[in-house]
Each structure stands twice: as C-alpha cells, then as structure tokens.
Design a protein around this ligand. Structure first.
Ligand code: MLC
Ligand code: AMP
Length: 508
C-alpha cells in the first residue's frame, strides 16, 4: 500500500535545498524547509511520547503562527486528528467542542490556559499545552527536548486527518470528519487545476482554523514546494506591499473589497502576480469587475465547504474556458456535482435546485453522529450541500442561495438558530429572529429582530452586550430591533425573507 499520509506527501514535495526559505513572516522571521522538517518532527515526537492512541484528537485554539502550522503538520505526521478552533470562540463554544470531541490533547493560548484547561480537564483531557504567538508556551518547551528525527506514520486514504466543526444545514455544530485521502486528493487536483508551478510564492493572509487558510492555501503552497509570505493578520496595505514578490493570493471577498479601497492597489503593484483566488462566500460581480478594471487580473472564484473541501472552480487555463464572474466555475476533475429538486428528481440544465456532490473529496461523516450523517446523504450516496444553484449547458455552476439558514459574514459562518437560542434565553425576551442583510465590508451581517415578553423592557444595546459576553465576536448581530410582532405565514412560521427585505438597506 502506498503511504497516503498527507504530511508524507507534503514533505516529499519540499525542495531539494532544505536551507531555502519556506516561510517569511510579517514580523521578519524566516523559516527554512529544514526548520519545518525538524520542528514538525519534534512536535510529532512529543505527541507520540504522551502514549495516546492513534486517531486521538488534538484540539487547538491558538493565534496564527508558523508554530501553529507546524503543530497541524506534526499532528498529521504522528497519525493523530487535528481539530482547529476559531480563536474568537468563547467558553460555552469551547465547552461544547471539547466535550463532543473528547480530545486527548488541548493546545491553547497562554493567556487562556486558566479557563480552557478547566474545560479540558473536566472533559477528561489529560494533556493541556500552551502555544503563544511569539514561539512561547509549554508546547514548544516540551518539544525542544525531543529528537528532531521522526518517521511519518503510514496512513490509508480512509484514516482520519482532521475534524472541522460546522453546523451544516441545521442545529448544533457537527464535526465533519476529513480523511488523509479527502485532503490529499483535493490538494493534488488543485495543484494541477490552478497551474501551480516552480517559482510560485503564496501570500497567506487567512486564519488557519478553517478550510480556506488551513487546507486550500497551505496545502497548495506546500505540495508545490512554494515559499509562503506569512501574515499573522490580514492588512490590505501590507498584503499589497508584498505582491511584487508573490504570485498567488487567496482570500474571502472581504479581503478583496478592503484591498480595492487602497490607492496602492495598481497594475504595477500586482505586476508579478499570477493568480488571485476568491472563495468561502459569494464574490459580488461588482468586486470581480472592479478588480479586473484596476489590476488587469480576473479573479478565479471557487466553491467549497468543510464537508467537501473544494468542489468547483473557475478554470485557470484559458483553453478550458473563461473565468466567469458570478459563477463558481466547473466541478473539479473527479468531483461529481448535480442539481436536484425537492423530490430528488434531476432538474434540466440551467434550472435551480439543491446542489449535491460526490467524490474522493467528500467527508467520511459527522463525528459520532451516524443518524445526522445519513440524513445529509441521498440513498445513492450524494452529499446534500444545502446550497441552492444551477449548472448551465457549459457546466458552469452558479450558487443562487442556500436552503440552510446560514449567514456568511466576512467568510465566517453564522447560524441564526444558535444566536436566536441565546437571545431567547435572555430575561424579558419572548422570541427572536436573526437574518442576514447585505453589508459593504463583510458581504452579509446578522440583524436581530426581537419581541419582548408582555410588560418586559428589552434594550437593544444591553442585548448585544450580553451576546458579546457569550459568543464569538463575528457572530454578534450588528443591529438589534425590538418590535411588537414578527411577520408569519399561515402556518405560523416566521417569514425571514420579509425581515431581510425590510432591513436590506440598513448598511447600504
Ligand atoms: C471581524 N468582525 C467581524 C468579522 N470579522 N464581523 C462579522 N464578520 C466577520 N467575519 C468584527 C469583530 O467582531 C470586531 O467587532 C471587529 O470586526 C474587528 O475585529 P477584527 O478581528 O479586528 O477584524 P478583522 O481583523 O478586520 O477581520 C476581518 C476579516 C476576518 C475579514 C479579516 O473576518 C477574516 O479573516 N475572515 C476570513 C474568514 C475565513 O478564513 N473563512 C474561510 C472559511 S472556510 P467588535 O464589535 O467586537 O469590535 C470555508 C470553505 C471555503 O468557508 O469554501 O473556503
Ligand atoms: P463552511 O461550513 O465554512 O465550510 O462554509 C461552506 C459554505 O460557504 C458553502 O456551503 C457555501 O454556502 C459557502 N461558499 C463557499 N464558497 C462559496 C462561493 N464561492 N460562493 C458562494 N458561497 C460559497
């Protein structure tokens, strides 16, 4: 059997000269390929020295750093399962993920050790380490005592590599289980499809706890042995400032609109660039066109999700077709995409329905939720994405909406049902509805519409402040309205479309 361990495949693509620079950070640090090789070996040895079972989960909530990336690679290398967590998550959110995943190891920021370790120990986790932004914390102290030699474990396509929590179509967060085969096959397809070549340099400006920054961007560069210009946090001025030395950029639409607001974004500034990729949220035609006008580059939009990694992409090579704004391109090679109506019947080309997907990229199921997993697949084995769209005669896929009640804000997913749950628990609140409305910076943001209990007084500012103390900041509705009633249909269901319509110009 071939070793399908993802780390082993990425390692095999390192350049011959291990002393060349692999990562250059915005704080002026340089890491060679040898540093990545040695650092990941030492962390992998540390994990293996803990005596934990193969397949154990390593949950990680730390600020972005090259060492955090190495921790991800070391987890793969040692045969464990990486569980990344958004740094914005607060106590209740972490309690749920850690309780559900039962990780053997939790790694958190030094400043959060108090509350995170308490949650972890209560969930039965035996090992809690810290990792700070500046190469500080107990993880690296302990890893420093380990050997820098380690043989990557052997993995089969079906072995778990990562679990990403996502709310999918409804309800509580579910852990999407991704295998070495899912991640490696997708990375291999994209390397070819996006024309990665010698000399490419990637600007990495996304967080590394979701599909886009952790998998698509990182695997892309590493599988090509390409240097990474590393940004701890996205800064439009600084990103543009490095483009003369880079060739590939990946971002969510907010990153593109923020760069467009910079006068420094000129044709000359991007003269060395080969490819701009957008995804995770709809790219407005307006942004697509403005980018082309200003830079001469046609942004390549692609479509993906936690459960499937990348499933469609606009073409890189002109011979395969043009990059069409407003579409997410073609199903990737080896990936099946089809559109079905509500009865599960095939719809004609160009007609709208539910997007379904099948292929080596599709996840293994939701962690410890076989019933939920079954619900999301059709009888003939296709995964229901929860996105609504069409495939035209030329095979271009267009997403027109979502059947899942989901807001995508600056590339992060916000589930109205979760926010409504918190609001409804507040004293004085009878009921609430959270809807997404257009926003010039984040694309879409949440707005809460709330009904107070008879005789009770609900203050919007107070409500928002309470939510801020409970939930990740990007989930907080940007506005709150207290009203007497919510629009309902004859079945009594809240008509969110009418609320969206009523508030659509709030941030225009
Ligand atoms: C930050 N804020 C947001 C927000 N990000 N509000 C709504 N939506 C967001 N995405 C708010 C904070 O709550 C805070 O408000 C204020 O903005 C400043 O916070 P910040 O952290 O300093 O913001 P900033 O650094 O400007 O972050 C914006 C951003 C970031 C766009 C750079 O959100 C980001 O990196 N987004 C990328 C997400 C991503 O990688 N998605 C990929 C998912 S993978 P206050 O009120 O508290 O001050 C996926 C699959 C696929 O979807 O296909 O790729
Ligand atoms: P996540 O759960 O974070 O993986 O989010 C996945 C969802 O993001 C998909 O189901 C889509 O709704 C959305 N998405 C990703 N890429 C695009 C895109 N290019 N255009 C529109 N929506 C997208």
């Amino acid at each position: 059997m071939d070793n399908r361990n993802l780390f082993a495949a990425l390692r095999a693509a390192f350049p011959k000269n291990l002393d060349a620079i692999a990562v250059e950070t915005d704080t002026g640090l340089n890491y060679s390929w040898r540093d990545l090789e040695r650092g990941t070996a030492m962390i992998a040895n540390l994990l293996q020295s803990l005596g934990i079972e193969p397949g154990a989960r390593i949950a990680v909530q730390v600020e972005k750093s090259v060492e955090a990336m190495m921790l991800y690679l070391a987890t793969l290398r040692a045969g464990y399962v990486f569980l990344p967590l958004n740094t914005a998550y607060q106590k209740a959110e972490i309690e749920y993920f850690v309780g559900n995943a039962e990780p053997a190891v939790v790694v958190c920021s030094p400043g959060n050790f108090g509350w995170v370790s308490k949650i972890a120990f209560q969930a039965g986790t035996q090992h809690v380490f810290t990792l700070g932004e500046d190469r500080n914390g107990t993880l690296l102290q302990r890893a420093a005592q380990q050997s820098d030699q380690q043989t990557p474990v052997r993995s089969a396509d079906d072995d778990l590599a990562a679990i990403l929590y996502t709310s999918g179509t409804t309800g509580r967060s579910k852990g999407a289980m991704l295998t070495h085969g899912n991640l490696l096959s997708n990375a291999e397809v994209l390397k070819d499809y996006w024309g990665w070549k010698e000399g490419d340099v990637l600007i990495h400006a996304l967080p590394i706890f979701h599909v886009h920054g952790l998998f698509v961007a990182l695997h892309g560069a590493l599988l090509n042995g390409s240097k990474i210009l590393w940004f701890g946090k996205f800064d439009p001025k600084k990103a543009i400032g490095r483009m003369a030395e880079a060739t590939v950029f990946m971002g969510v639409p907010t990153l593109y609109t923020r760069m467009l607001a910079e006068p420094a974004l000129t044709r000359a500034a991007v003269g060395n660039m080969r490819l701009f990729i957008s995804g995770s949220a709809p790219l407005l035609l307006e942004t697509f066109s403005a980018w082309k006008e200003r830079t001469g580059h046609t942004i390549l939009e692609r479509y993906g999700m936690s459960e499937t990694i990348m499933l469609t992409s606009n073409p890189y090579h002109e011979a395969e077709g043009e990059r069409r704004g407003g579409t997410v391109g073609f199903p990737l090679p080896g990936v099946g995409v089809r559109v079905r109506d509500e009865q599960g019947k095939e719809v004609p080309a160009g007609e709208i329905g539910g997007i379904q997907v099948k292929g080596p990229n599709v996840f293994k199921g939701y962690w410890r939720m076989p019933e939920k997993t079954k619900e999301e697949f059709t009888a003939d084995g296709w995964f229901r994405t929860g996105d609504v769209g069409k495939v035209d005669e030329l095979r271009y896929v267009t997403i027109v909406g979502r059947s899942k009640d989901l807001i995508i804000s600056g590339g992060y997913n916000v589930y109205p049902a979760e926010i409504e749950g918190y609001i409804n628990d507040m004293p004085g609140v009878a009921e609430s509805a959270v809807v997404g409305v257009p926003h010039p910076d984040f694309g879409e943001v949440g707005v809460a519409v709330v009904i107070a209990k008879p005789g009770a007084q609900v203050e919007p500012e107070q409500l928002i402040a309470t939510l801020k103390s409970q939930l990740a900041n990007f989930k907080i509705p940007k506005r709150c309205f207290v009203v007497n009633e919510l629009p309902r249909n004859t079945m009594g269901k809240v008509q969110k479309n009418l609320l969206r319509e009523a508030h659509k110009a709030l941030f225009a």
